[in-house]
Design a protein around this ligand. Structure first.
Ligand code: MRU
Length: 372
């Protein structure tokens, strides 16, 4: 995607020697645009844990590059042990998005199959990490094409006005390597001159909607309005939402979807108001080992300070964090919730759109069901 007139991915290898990973620092968007270097697996784990990079697809790609950096820094006589330690460190950073562990396991598997010198193993790690990143971008591009069909149909039926799409959190290109999942169909529609407008949930406590989704949409020129997290139901009741599309961090084999906290409430409101609610995801977000999302998906609980405080730009242009509750008030901070499959109209994947059910998912991804 473009920032200004320049094309960026969210993560890439630097320069000619390709021994440093570069990322866009998402902690300080939308106020500043900064690229930072990652030199080793510890840098990468910190970047994921402290959310310099975030979003299911991007944490997966970052973890893959983290293993590559670990391979670059590893000694020949302890290579396998160092790779195992790097894998453990990366997997410990964030628990909910399945892409992270999936990418680490794929890297370790690729390295296990690579014989030869230390340099050859490092080269194998680089090739696999780059393949994971390229695949993430390509799958998201295709998700955009599949989702475009849904927006087109709604647009053709509407007598006037844009297709109003509500989204929660950030499932745009910043959450992946490029294109995004939930926002990819929006960009595809916009690029084909189909009138679209996005309702952007602010997404407390970290405000990924206000800070990241709104920024992305602005950069692309897509019409949008920021709304408070509690506004969606009201807009749905008044016919102001035609479609909801969100991303996902983990989707079980029966189609239950974990996504940013608050997604479930939007899904319930959408069903109550007969509004289609789609979840967009690349196959790396499926967890085919899990069935019941409510019982099985691990939900990250983060620092309560994120709820007690809010960060933003002051009139003087400085970025500051302020407290919004009484000193003595304690808080809890769950990062994700699970939307049961029955609330989901369909899953938009790189292989097409399917029902959020074991049968629907199995029709698109039969090989994973055979392997269970
Ligand atoms: O905590 P975050 O910002 O990593 O959470 C991101 C989301 O919940 C996104 O909606 C999700 O990753 C789906 S799109 C990749």
């Amino acid at each position: 995607m473009n920032v200004g007139n320049r094309h960026y991915r969210t993560i890439w290898l630097k320069g000619q020697d390709r021994r440093t990973v570069q990322i866009i620092n998402q902690q300080i968007l939308p106020f500043s645009f900064e690229v930072i270097d990652l030199h080793n697996v510890e840098d990468t784990a910190r970047a994921i844990r402290d959310m310099y990079v975030r979003g299911a697809g991007l944490v997966g790609a970052a973890a893959a590059f983290g293993i590559y950096l670990a391979a670059l820094n590893a000694r020949e006589d302890s290579f396998n042990e160092e790779m195992a330690a790097a894998a453990l460190l990366l997997k410990s950073t964030r628990p909910t998005a399945s892409n992270l562990a999936w990418a680490v396991d794929r890297m370790i598997h690729a390295l296990a199959g690579s014989r030869g010198t230390l340099e050859q193993k490092r080269e194998a790690a680089k090739i696999e990490a780059q393949a994971i990143a390229d695949e993430d971008a390509e799958f998201c591009r295709i998700i955009g094409i599949h989702g475009l069909g849904i927006i087109k149909k709604i647009s053709q039926k509407k007598e006037r006005g844009p297709v109003n799409i509500l989204t929660h959190c950030n499932a745009g290109w910043l959450a992946f390597v490029d294109f995004g999942s939930a926002l990819a169909p929006v960009y595809a529609a916009f690029d084909q001159d189909i009138p679209v407008h996005v309702w952007v949930d602010e997404t407390r406590p970290r405000n990924q909607g206000a800070g990241l989704t709104a920024w992305e949409l602005s950069e692309h020129g897509v019409s949008h309005d920021l709304i408070s997290d509690n506004a969606g139901g009201h807009l749905m009741q008044h016919g102001l939402v035609d479609l909801v599309i969100t991303g996902a961090d983990r989707v079980t084999r029966q189609g239950d979807a974990a996504n940013k906290i608050g997604t479930y409430l939007k899904a319930v409101a959408a069903k109550e108001n007969n509004i289609p609610f789609y979840v967009a995801l690349p196959s790396s977000t499926f967890d085919f080992t899990m069935l019941d999302g409510l019982k099985e998906i691990p939900i990250e609980e983060r620092d309560p300070q994120e709820v007690r405080n809010i960060t933003g730009k002051t009139e003087k242009g400085t970025i500051e964090t302020v407290q919004i509750c009484p000193e003595a008030t304690t808080a809890r901070n769950w990062g994700f919730d699970v939307t049961p499959a029955r609330y989901i109209s369909g899953l938009i994947t790189e292989r097409g759109i399917c029902k959020a059910s074991e049968k629907g998912i199995c029709e698109l991804f039969p090989e994973y069901f055979r392997a269970q």
